[in-house]
Write a protein that binds this ligand. Structure first.
Ligand code: GLP
Length: 327
């Protein structure tokens, strides 16, 4: 892939250096920054098509872990395009979705079941009996049994070959909200306030967002043989920084990916904006001090050591305090 030209038009934000390269010392999980959304979607679709072809040839089936939300929509569109062009066959693909709101009628327009059929399954040749989505219509007294059956079905399918993940602003993967343990399994959870607030628009108001959900656990997710976490947009930048550069902690379930041998985080430039290699690259390696980068560094330094209001902003950032001599 060619290095992007990150120069900006006059009057726009100061230019940043290309972000595909650079030292990654602070990143604790493999992280790829892809400036163009089309490239990101094609790259992920390529990877999925490869895994589907490889696993169906090798053992007659491929097991995918799938996510909902706005992030994977472009990837699903690209997969549909590939299918229509004869580039991928879903007839031996088995799918397991990460989560579903609870309670949720499966035919509700808000259900993740409906989302998956509308945005992917209706348009490819997946067999309905190979599709698994937690059932938000299960009576409460049968939930524990349903969750255990979901885990068994994943194991009986031979485990997940490739798991797609988004990340919530609470740091959740699936609906594993802050406090989820690394050993957690498919279960009923209470949704975080941040998550319900974020989902408010989809439900015509936060009050209509279900308070609970069924989700695969962190341990269920980490058993996938390959994992791709995808995040786009500046609203994800802060939580992505915690997940990629922060300590592994139940406070940010996505940070558990740091312990996985084959997990990759795919970001657009906006979601990568708080990573050290993008935000403060001079902390990692010598940089070419263009006037624009110098200006960025001076503002950053002022934020580190400046006025009380800037101190307040600093306390919400995990960037380390650095003396002028470091720059
Ligand atoms: C929901 C889903 C998650 C998803 C997250 C991010 O909470 N349960 O699996 O990753 O939303 O959504 P979006 O991609 O719309 O930002």
């Amino acid at each position: 892939m060619t290095r992007p030209d990150t120069r900006q038009e006059e009057g726009a934000q100061p230019a940043r250096r290309p972000v595909l390269d650079g030292r990654r010392d602070r990143e604790r999980v493999r992280t790829v920054i892809i400036p163009d959304h089309g490239d990101l979607e094609r790259l992920l679709a390529d990877r999925l098509v490869e895994v589907i072809a490889r696993e169906t040839a090798r053992r007659g089936r491929c097991v995918l872990g799938l996510a909902t939300g706005s992030t994977p929509l472009g990837i699903y569109r690209e997969l549909i395009r590939r299918f229509q062009a004869g580039g991928v066959d879903f007839s031996q693909v088995v799918t397991f979705n990460l989560d579903e709101y609870y309670p949720m009628r499966p035919d509700s327009p808000h259900s993740y079941r409906r989302y998956m059929w509308e945005n992917l399954f209706d348009h490819v040749n997946v067999k309905p009996e190979n599709v698994h989505i937690p059932d938000g219509g299960t009576p409460r007294e049968r939930l524990a049994e349903q969750c255990a059956a979901y885990e068994r079905a994943i194991a009986e399918a031979g485990g997940i070959d490739f798991q797609i993940l988004g990340i919530g602003k609470s740091g959740h993967i699936g609906f594993n909200e802050p406090g989820s343990s690394p050993g957690s399994r498919t279960r009923l959870v209470t949704l975080d306030t941040i998550t319900r607030k974020d989902a408010g628009a989809d439900f015509f108001g936060e009050d209509n967002v279900p308070r609970e959900a069924i989700t695969m656990g962190v341990a269920t997710i980490l058993e996938a043989r390959e994992i791709a976490l995808i995040a786009t947009g500046e609203h994800k930048a802060a939580i992505v920084q915690h997940a990629v550069e922060g300590e592994v902690s139940p406070d940010v379930a996505a940070s558990f990916l740091q312990g996985h041998p084959n997990a990759t985080v795919y970001l657009d430039v906006a979601a990568a904006a708080e990573l050290t290699r993008v935000k403060t690259p001079w902390l990692l390696e010598p940089v070419e001090w263009t006037p624009a980068l110098t200006e960025v560094a001076v503002v950053w330094l002022a934020e580190q050591s400046g006025s009380p209001s800037r101190r307040a902003r600093r306390s919400s950032s995990s960037a380390p305090v650095t003396t002028p001599s470091t720059i």
